[in-house]
Design a protein around this ligand. Structure first.
Ligand code: BES
Ligand code: ZN
Length: 468
């Protein structure tokens, strides 16, 4: 092991330079003009995997390609990697995504989003923490094993997709058609965070999500607001009034049945929440808000991770150019996502939201609702032997006592790993709250990068212990 850890220490400068190459590829999955960039990025990644000694392939999909890279199999496990108890080595999947969020608004970046910049102990670029830097840490750990000739105690398969930020539409089909070769003892995912640099974390719950768009249509075209305004409903106003009825001033969602069936937090979980470093003052400063907001009776940590939400992600209507234009717009639209918690079924929540919207929509406008992606929340035992093994690796790698936490973001595919491959996901995030994921000036802390590499190297030893 020492050889592996020494190798990691010696090669940090090169690893950072390679990560910068990876970050220069603008793999924005949501924007169709970047389709070629996603292909180039998948190609770059597969080539890099081959350079470090993995067998890598790029699988095209109906959307963006999937990169699969495997550690060279030992003779005894040349066929499908056998599971524990079947006489073979354990097999783990490492999941990540090479696609990134759109970088807009560009004017708020201190340096261009696809020209990585190192300042202090951080790399700034779109996708650096979410998620290129995080899965790159795992690749570097494997490189250290392969290049020092240190035998790995398990087989590893990396599955790095290009559609996570747009709902992972093509990955479940891929998992189904490659079920046998992807059967594994657990999936390791570093695509979450830690509460601060002194608290490495194992995340045992993620929120689910439903996405949709609400379109309110009024007149057949934009109208002169002086000639017709007053006698025709204004779609922008009608949509605002609809939306305003969906949540009260205290942050409670006002859709009938929205909270049905949600389990309260257990005493064990409340104790874990208390161990987390959390200051509302610091949160307020970090986010630049005057005052925090939220449902009564829940701490801000609970609101952000264990309670469902209804959020407007985008709101568009009427004239957006400079100066004024006196019109009644023909339409208004809102992009919406709800975050879900365990026991909320995405299809059911989608239905009650749509039913309620239709019920309260005034007869003066037409309502259209376009459904988007959806996924259930994820919850896994934080006390399983695998979770304990992961905590041990975190402890050794970061020289700090790790914490257990729930997080508010979503990684839809982890549910499919469970359903299709029967495998739990160990969520070992390396992001920090001020990393600016999805925001301008995204960064990744180099200490998290390096700690993540050590964690990954140690993790395979801990997870492969006999009897686990
Ligand atoms: N890395 C995030 C998910 C995340 C972030 C989990 C922080 C926990 C803490 C991931 O890349 C992401 O942004 N997922 C999307 C999924 C959606 C598009 C279906 C999300 O949560 O918005
Ligand atoms: Zn993301």
């Amino acid at each position: 092991m020492q050889l592996v850890l020494d190798y990691l220490k010696r090669h940090q400068a090169r690893f950072v330079a390679e990560l910068c190459d990876f970050l220069r590829l603008p793999s924005v999955s949501a924007q169709s003009q970047h389709k070629k960039d996603l292909q180039a990025c998948a190609g770059w990644l597969a080539k890099h995997c081959r350079q470090i000694g993995l067998d890598a392939r790029v699988y095209p999909t109906q959307g963006h390609p999937i990169v699969v890279a495997k550690t060279p199999r030992l003779k005894s496990s040349a066929l499908a990697a056998p599971k524990h108890g079947e006489g073979g080595r354990p097999h783990f999947l490492v999941y990540g995504h090479y696609d990134v969020q759109p970088p807009e608004p560009l004017e708020l970046w201190k340096s261009p989003p696809f020209e990585p910049r190192i300042a202090g102990r951080a790399i700034y670029a779109r996708g650096t923490t979410d998620n290129k830097g995080q899965h790159f840490a795992h690749l570097k750990a494997v490189e250290a094993y392969l290049k020092t000739g240190t035998p790995l105690p398990c087989d590893l398969t990396f599955v790095i997709e290009g559609e996570e930020e747009v709902g992972s539409a093509n990955l479940s089909k891929f998992l189904r058609s490659h079920r046998n070769e992807l059967k594994c003892d657990a999936v390791v995912v570093s695509d979450t965070g830690m509460p601060d640099a002194d608290h490495p974390a194992l995340t045992y719950a993620l929120r689910g999500i439903i996405a949709f768009e609400i379109i309110v249509r009024g007149p057949s075209r934009d109208l002169h607001s002086g000639i017709f305004g007053g006698a025709v409903d204004n779609p922008a106003m009608a949509l605002s009034q609809l939306l305003a009825r969906l949540r009260d001033r205290n942050g409670r969602v006002a859709i009938p049945g929205f909270y049905d069936g949600i389990a309260p937090l257990s005493a064990y979980e409340r104790r874990q929440f208390k161990r987390l470093p959390a200051s509302d003052r610091e949160l307020r400063k970090l986010l630049g808000v005057k005052k925090l907001f939220g449902e009564r009776g829940f701490t801000s940590l609970e609101q952000r991770s264990a309670r469902p939400t209804f959020e407007i992600n985008g709101l568009t209507s009427g004239y957006q150019g400079t100066g004024s234009k006196t019109i009644v717009p023909a339409w208004a639209r809102a992009k919406i996502t709800c975050r879900l918690v365990p026991n909320q079924q995405p299809a059911h929540v989608r239905r009650i939201v749509c039913d309620y919207l239709r019920q309260i929509c005034p007869p003066t406008v037409r309502l259209e609702i376009a459904a988007g992606h959806g996924a259930e929340a994820y919850l896994v035992s934080p006390t399983s032997p695998q979770a304990q093994a992961a905590l041990h690796a975190l402890r050794q790698a970061f020289h700090r006592e790790p914490v257990l936490m729930r997080e508010g973001g979503s990684i839809p595919i982890v549910n499919e790993f469970k359903k299709i491959l029967g495998a739990d996901s160990l969520l070992l995030g390396l992001g920090l709250p001020d990393d600016n994921a999805h925001s301008p000036n995204e960064k990744f802390d180099l200490d998290c990068f390096e700690g993540g590499q050590r964690m990954s190297a140690l993790l395979w030893q801990e997870l492969s212990r006999p009897g686990l």
